[in-house]
Design a protein around this ligand. Structure first.
Ligand code: F6P
Length: 197
């Protein structure tokens, strides 16, 4: 089918500590989501439809995919926005250490590039091969699910829903929610399945 699915990874220990980036494992709540995921997705797929899961190379996405016993591909291009020198910090720490940067990011979030890291604009370019592959994938009876990260999924969602660059970095992609997109001749149909965890 033309539909594909995506979800953020389950809550990670860095989410709990409000730290950005890193390569933390899932929190107990995140683990619960990982366990619920097969039920949510497999039921929705319908009979006779195969699934392939795409994750990033980071452990929180692989751990979220763990209970889905289907073929998996780990894409480096799906790794979270690289926050460079700010990796592992909280927003409060970033504001205290790099006040000018904090303000600059606030005034132009799409173009702001972390020192030693990336901007949302960089991310949009990095994701081009993934989106191309998703678009040419369409096979009957075979769906793709992406288990990704907040910034990455904002970029993918904005591409399919035609959301302008200025609004892209503010798109809400809640945790523990599976989104199903079905591209149509004009626009995209969207369904959401919340895991209620
Ligand atoms: O906090 C989770 C996270 O995925 C971070 O790793 C990442 O830097 C951030 O969200 C992206 O969101 P924003 O661009 O709003 O800071």
């Amino acid at each position: 089918p033309r539909s594909f699915y995506f979800s953020r990874h389950g809550e990670s220990m860095f989410n709990v500590m409000q730290r950005i980036g890193g390569d933390a494992s899932l929190s107990p709540r995140g683990e619960q989501f990982a366990k619920r995921l097969p039920e949510i997705v497999i039921r929705n797929l319908g009979e006779g439809t195969r699934l392939t899961v795409w994750t990033s190379t980071l452990r929180r996405t692989k751990e979220t995919a763990r209970h889905l016993h289907v073929p998996k591909v780990a894409w480096k291009q799906l790794d979270e926005l690289d926050s460079g020198v700010c990796d592992g910090l909280t927003y409060e720490e970033i504001e205290a250490r790099y006040p000018a940067d904090f303000e600059e990011r606030d005034s132009d979030k799409f173009n702001y590039r972390y020192h030693g890291g990336e901007s949302y604009r960089d991310l949009v370019h990095r994701l081009e091969p993934v989106i191309l592959e998703l678009e040419r994938h369409y096979e009957p009876n075979h769906s793709i699910m992406i288990i990704g990260h907040q910034a990455v999924l904002r970029a993918i969602y904005a591409y399919f829903l035609n959301i302008p660059h200025e609004r892209l970095p503010y798109i809400k992609v809640p945790l523990h929610t599976v989104v199903k997109l079905t591209p149509k001749a004009y626009g995209c149909e969207e369904e959401r399945f919340s895991a209620d965890i």
